[in-house]
Design a protein around this ligand. Structure first.
Ligand code: NAD
Length: 311
């Protein structure tokens, strides 16, 4: 797996090793952290290869599935690392595809709802081609993922590689970084610190937030099939950013205020997946209510902040 030391990747490593699979995690810690996988280091089923996925993946062991998750994922991260984001989405994807082709392994691409850009279709079905500004600041991520999808589809056509494209919508949960700029960690850490929650625009733009355990379950069922995708994974429970901020305030019991700030450039106004394919083909539905997922996330951040304060 590339990107296994990241937020979603580390949960996927947990799920796979708990089920008895051996995991080889390739990560250069650009946006991930050793802390996320510390508990797996030295265990029988887990190997860490610290390397850039843009270099040829030299894996000696047998490989059944290549999960390709390596890529900065939060807007703050990919705007901070524009060229590495383009590289890992293109060169890194070709390397991961090549490994799958050489080993006759299944390949699962962690693509994104960002391939739909600022969508003109709502909710977004997999057949929608998207509305992406190819030269805007977010294009380093959106277009890298669109290239990654094109490369994945081409390997399937050209070489018959057993590939799958999964389009992940906003996912949240424990192990998000406090400074990754995404709404949930930003809201939770500021609420816990009693600092104002910064809501961009008027807060009426929507997001559909899926709990990480559900996203991981979706990646696993797609990996276990021979379906090429693309498959949307996300929740259809759409909330406004302002409603999310209020929910975080309720769950943390914080008296922090809400502060409105400017909307970032090309920020999508609405985001909600149509998950008919995931539901009807794979029987996958998100099981975790946003309130429960947020409560678990708040508990995790509370623990992290307490541990940080004690150090
Ligand atoms: P993350 O930043 O926490 O994890 C990405 C991991 O990839 C990190 O551990 C990072 O160090 C590693 N990485 C980056 N470039 C690398 C390189 N060149 N070589 C080796 N490792 C590299 O992000 P995440 O939220 O866990 O996202 C994982 C994947 O899922 C990404 O591909 C992302 O695009 C996709 N995705 C995530 C979300 C979400 O809401 N979190 C939504 C849609 C898609």
């Amino acid at each position: 797996m590339t990107g296994g030391a990241g937020f979603i990747g580390s949960h996927l490593c947990d799920a796979l090793t708990h089920s008895g699979f051996a995991v080889i995690c390739v990560d250069n810690f650009l946006t991930g952290s050793r802390d996320n996988i510390e508990h797996l280091l030295g265990t029988e089923n887990f190997t860490l290869i610290e390397q850039d996925a843009n270099d040829k993946l030299a894996v000696a062991d047998e490989v059944d599935v290549v999960f390709h998750l390596a890529s900065p994922a939060s807007p703050a991260d990919y705007l901070r690392h524009p060229i590495p984001t383009l590289s890992v989405g293109s060169i890194g994807t070709l390397n991961a595809l090549e490994l799958a082709r050489e080993r006759g392994a299944r390949f699962v691409l962690a693509s994104t709802s960002e391939v739909y850009g600022d969508p003109h279709q709502h909710p977004q079905t997999e057949s929608y081609w998207g509305n992406v500004n190819p030269i805007g600041p977010r294009s380093v991520y959106d277009e890298a993922k669109r290239f990654a999808e094109a490369a994945t589809a081409a390997y399937r056509r050209e070489y018959g590689t057993d590939t799958a494209i999964v389009r992940i919508f906003n996912t949240f949960g424990p192990r998000m970084r406090t400074d990754d700029g995404r709404a949930v960690p930003a809201f939770v850490t500021r609420a816990l610190a009693g600092q104002p929650l910064r809501v961009s625009g008027d807060g009426h733009q929507s997001r559909s937030l899926c709990y990480v355990e559900d996203t991981v379950a979706g990646l696993l069922v797609v990996a276990a099939s021979d379906h090429p995708g693309p498959v949307n994974l996300g929740t259809e429970d759409e909330r406004t950013v302002l409603a999310l901020a209020h929910l975080v305030l309720d769950l943390t019991g914080s008296a922090a205020e809400i502060e409105f700030i400017a909307l970032p450039e090309d920020d999508p106004v609405r985001r909600r997946p149509d998950t008919t394919v995931a539901r009807e083909v794979f029987g996958w539905v998100p099981r975790t209510a946003i309130e429960d997922g947020l409560a678990a996330t708040v508990a995790w951040f509370t623990q992290q902040l307490a541990a940080g304060a004690a150090r």
